[in-house]
Design a protein. Structure first.
Length: 372
């Protein structure tokens, strides 16, 4: 056992010196995740504000003018003017307005009598995300203004009031939702590329043949090469999460132990996947292509990072079962946003453990002490 530890330590020290002499590896491991996090965090946003709306005022009263002023007083909507019915239709067709607020005649009279006052909201549905957000913002604003906000139950005279609370992300910031997914996506790419390229480089340069001439066993070689990159990956996790919390105000409500275990298992599995690619290909060019295809596309499209897994076709839902990023994304959201601990995250931990064992086991079995 002592001999095993000494040899692993020597190989790890050699790998660390190699990384320090090659600044590209450090940039790939520590610089690229932060750059991609900032690009995705600022560039990929589902939050919309200053949405252009037009008004058709059939009442022309002080109450209707007050509604118009208060409706566009915040940052959600921009008043593009008062139009007639034909002009409003033309504004929607031309894209000058995303919605038209139609205030019917008798609006002020109904308000003064305490009766139900309604307005009509015509929304441009050609862009689904914008239409959904605009409708939700308009309904919330009208409810705050007391317009069309009372729903009377059948057979009852008292109005019913519905109140909703959004937990974990009450402001609805897309960055808070996206940062855990971006973290998993970036780390998956970096971890696979690190081991795939570095080990493949040694195959091409012939240094692996020199290593085979020593009495070092294949398990010692694999552990010695993976440990430095596991440490670098851990630093990358901490760096990315720190930037996410500082720049995008992502909370941390869960267990640090659960986060540490999730990150360790995910990194171990992805490093094992990169090692397996390098063992099979033994070429940097082929390893780069295989690593990118096997980590980038599944981690983005099939992990629940952007698209909910529940909305995918059944066949794709079955495929996501073998995608480790799926469990890491869910685990990160649980730890950071919902305050989960080890007790709630055991399914994700179990799935990541199985993937890590399979990836490392298969790569070790395929790593033969032969040059051919």
């Amino acid at each position: 056992m002592r001999r095993f530890v000494v040899r692993v330590w020597a190989l790890s020290a050699k790998e660390v010196r190699h990384v320090l002499r090659d600044p590209r590896s450090l940039y790939l491991a520590l610089g690229m995740p932060v750059v991609m996090l900032l690009l995705f965090g600022y560039g990929v946003s589902f939050d919309l504000d200053r949405l252009p709306v037009a008004f058709v005022d059939h009442d022309h009263s002080a109450a209707s003018r007050a509604l118009r002023r208060r409706f566009t007083a915040g940052d959600d909507f921009v008043d593009v003017g008062e139009l007639d019915a034909d002009g409003a239709q033309a504004a929607l067709v031309a894209g000058d307005a995303m919605a038209v607020i139609v205030i019917e005649r008798g609006f002020e009279r109904h308000r003064a009598r305490g009766e139900r006052a309604t307005v009509q909201v015509l929304v441009d549905g050609s862009e689904a995300n914008g239409a959904t957000q605009l409708r939700a913002k308009a309904e919330r604003m009208l409810a705050l203004l007391g317009v069309d906000g009372a729903i009377r139950a059948s057979g009852a005279g008292a109005p019913l009031e519905a109140r909703t609370w959004t937990r974990f992300n009450p402001e609805g910031k897309s960055a808070v939702f996206l940062v855990p997914g971006i973290t998993a996506y970036v780390l998956a790419i970096v971890a696979v590329l690190l081991t795939a390229l570095t080990v493949a480089r040694e195959w091409e340069r012939g240094s692996m043949a020199q290593l085979f001439a020593t009495p070092v066993g294949r398990l010692e070689i694999i552990v010695g090469k993976l440990l430095p990159y596991l440490a670098i990956g851990t630093l990358a996790v901490l760096l990315v999460l720190a930037v996410g919390m500082w720049v995008f105000d992502v909370p941390f409500r869960g267990s640090p132990a659960a986060l540490a275990l999730l990150s360790f298992l995910f990194l171990a599995g992805m490093l094992g996947q990169g090692l397996l690619i390098s063992v099979i290909t033994r070429s940097q060019m082929v390893a780069t292509q295989a690593a990118a295809l096997s980590s980038m596309l599944p981690s983005m499209l099939l992990s629940g990072f952007v698209f909910p897994i529940e909305n995918m076709p059944q066949v794709l839902q079955w495929i996501t079962v073998v995608i480790p990023a799926r469990y890491f994304v869910e685990g990160l959201r649980g730890v950071l946003l919902r305050g989960n601990g080890l007790a709630e995250l055991w399914p994700e931990l179990l799935a990541l453990s199985v993937f890590a064992l399979v990836a490392l086991g298969v790569s070790t079995a395929r790593f033969q002490r032969t040059i051919a």
